[in-house]
Ligand binder design. Structure first.
Ligand code: BEZ
Ligand code: FE
Length: 284
């Protein structure tokens, strides 16, 4: 094979340049990336014009990134890559609660609230009681588990998207379980909302004739000493976007039944979180 660049041997020519100093993992990852990239370019016979559009797209994606906006992660989300990396990194035994994407709207150190408290500070939306237990694979309650929760408000925005409009920490809070492992709090029945679609990722969705919506969900980050953390959501059954979540975050085990209680003024969703011991996951 020629040592010079040819269409046929393109990837091998590039990968032959990786030096001895590269770590085995860097060599494996980048060589595979080059092979797949070159295969892709050959598969679609990418034109110069399309290559320029791709460069412009990536440049714009970088330019809209700020402290509070990460357009590259959003791009990874809508291409299903975030969910794939999450799936590979969080293989769990049957019965354990499944993971899904964290998303860009988690804020660390939300207020610790008392069990049963409300996280809804703006008075909007339909009240909903979230209730369940944090248990291990044997069904034993986990004491001292922290349940960090967050959701959009009834208008479909997180508090951090509307500073000065929504109260800080609206629809957020942390709850710590006692010996019975039980948690409960009042939030709102979640509503579906579009991901930020005023940038290049929104343009991509429009080009592909895809909508930007996520089905209604409540976010949960569950941590407990000596257990693997769970990053997940509870989705509301019956949501119109369950089958077409723009970031592919839905798993059937995470769809909860939301039912009306208390003379129909309050909703309730019951969901138990099943944690696995540290290091017990990620078997194929
Ligand atoms: C979210 O659910 O908050 C979210 C996840 C991925 C992208 C955008 C938003
Ligand atoms: Fe969300």
């Amino acid at each position: 094979m020629s040592i010079y660049f040819t269409e046929k041997g393109s990837a091998e020519t590039v990968n032959r340049c990786i030096g001895r100093g590269a770590t085995p993992r860097a060599r494996q990852v980048i060589a595979s990336l080059v092979r797949h990239l070159h295969d892709f370019v050959k598969d679609v016979e990418l034109t110069q014009d399309e290559w320029e559009k791709a460069i412009d797209f990536l440049t714009r994606t970088g330019h809209v990134c700020t402290e509070t906006r990460q357009e590259f992660i959003l791009l990874s989300d809508v291409l299903g890559v975030s969910m794939l990396v999450d799936a590979i990194g969080n293989r769990r035994p049957e019965g354990a609660t499944e993971n899904t994407v964290l998303g860009p709207f988690h804020v660390a150190d939300a207020p610790i609230r008392a069990m049963g408290d409300s996280i809804s500070l703006d008075g909007k939306g339909e009240s909903c009681l979230f209730h369940g237990r944090v248990v291990d694979l044997d069904g034993q309650p986990i004491e001292g588990a922290t349940i960090d929760v967050w959701s959009d408000n009834a208008d479909g925005f997180y508090d951090v998207q509307q500073p000065g409009i929504q109260p800080q920490w609206n629809n957020r809070g942390r709850f710590v379980t006692g010996a019975d492992g039980v948690y409960s709090f009042v939030g709102i029945k979640p509503v579906s909302y579009p991901i930020p679609d005023d940038g290049p990722v929104g343009d991509l969705l429009a080009t592909l004739d895809r909508h930007p919506y996520r089905p209604a969900h409540m976010h949960f980050l569950v941590t407990a000493p000596r257990h693997n953390k769970i990053v997940t959501h509870i989705f509301t059954s019956g949501d119109a976007y369950l089958g077409s979540d723009t970031v592919f975050g839905v798993k059937s085990s995470l769809i909860a039944d939301f039912r009306r209680i208390d003379g129909a003024t309050l909703w309730q969703a019951d969901f138990d979180f099943v944690m696995i011991a540290e290091g017990a996951g990620n078997r194929r």
